[in-house]
Design a protein around this ligand. Structure first.
Ligand code: DP6
Length: 310
């Protein structure tokens, strides 16, 4: 007879991703379904990464979570959604029955997660964080399937951190979100000359979080509606082609335009949201002057929901 497993532990790391065609706005806030598809570049884990350990034990009396060494609310709806979905998939895989040789799904779990960079400063910490949480839980329960749909339940952009290289998050059409998934467009080896620099303008927590900000934008910005319906579908096709052809001129120009349009939708939101600072704007101006000096696009910038330049 197989011995009962009373303790198990799994550790994973996950990368940050930076969107070059931005996600901003949900059509379903509970399932985290976006109003438009998006496309990102996954960064190397050498400098920026989340590390998460998940442990399950017969001796744990409650689920617990620590973020950067401090206990956090494990009851957060998004953490709970990820936990529930991973356990549901594990149950499905086991065909409903309990096997003493595998880890019991009734055991409570402890999760400890750490970022080696500023959290919630617009550096995609939630993306790496939830991608890592889902990967660690999946490893703990021995799941091998593609889990971007589960990571999406933690944070929309997290689904893209489940892959390396160039990644598209497909908007999907179905109301249940089963087709709102991430997929790799090209591996990182496709374009090894591409370099990503992060200029940390501020490590402070952003004044308006993405989740709340994008919802106000959906409710009040006519520009965002036009962007999602008309602009993004065209840009997505163009961006895929620039990546395929390793055309930095096209890639860089479009990334800058898309970042600028995202921040324009923030300004079009009412009341307006400001993520860029004077320093951010100086960086934008510098990039354009640098490119003008060289006569072509040598550098490009993109800014998420914060002042830091990528
Ligand atoms: C500006 O994924 O953080 O970085 O789904 O509500 O968790 P939630 O939002 P989040 O939004 C990211 C917005 C963005 C653009 C992007 O990454 O595509």
């Amino acid at each position: 007879m197989a011995a009962e497993r009373t303790l198990a532990m799994a550790t994973c790391t996950a990368p940050v991703n930076i969107a070059v065609i931005k996600y901003w706005g949900k059509r379903d806030t509970d399932l985290i379904l976006p109003i438009n598809s998006s496309l990102s570049v996954t960064l190397h884990q050498d400098q920026l990464r989340t590390t998460t350990t998940a442990a399950a034990s017969r001796d744990f009396t409650e689920d617990r979570l620590w973020l950067n060494g401090k206990e956090a609310d494990v009851g957060h709806p998004r953490v709970q959604a990820c936990l529930r979905e991973v356990r549901r998939l594990a149950r499905k895989r086991r065909g409903g029955g309990e096997d003493a040789a595998v880890l019991s799904l009734s055991y409570k779990i402890h999760i400890a997660s750490e970022n080696n960079f500023p959290t919630a400063a617009g550096l995609a910490s939630s993306a790496a964080g939830y991608a890592c949480l889902v990967s660690a839980l999946a490893r703990l329960y021995g799941l091998e399937e593609e889990l971007s749909e589960v990571a999406r339940r933690g944070s929309g952009s997290a689904c893209r951190s489940m892959f390396g290289g160039f990644v598209q998050w497909q908007r999907g059409e179905r109301p249940d979100g089963t087709d709102s998934l991430a997929l790799q467009v090209a591996p990182e080896t496709h374009w090894p000359e591409l370099r990503v620099l992060i200029l940390v303008v501020s490590g402070e927590k952003k004044p308006v979080g993405s989740t709340a900000g994008m919802q106000t934008s959906v409710e009040t910005s006519p520009l965002l509606k036009h962007r999602a319906e008309v602009v993004v579908p065209e840009r997505l096709a163009q961006m895929m082609q620039h990546i395929q052809e390793r055309d930095f001129e096209g890639f860089g120009q479009l990334a800058m335009r898309d970042s600028n349009q995202f921040h324009a939708t923030c300004l079009d939101t009412f009341p307006p949201i400001f993520y860029l600072t004077d320093v951010s704007r100086h960086i934008i101006a510098l990039a354009h002057r640098y490119n003008a000096h060289h006569g072509h696009t040598k550098v490009a910038y993109t800014f998420d929901a914060g002042p830091n330049a990528v």
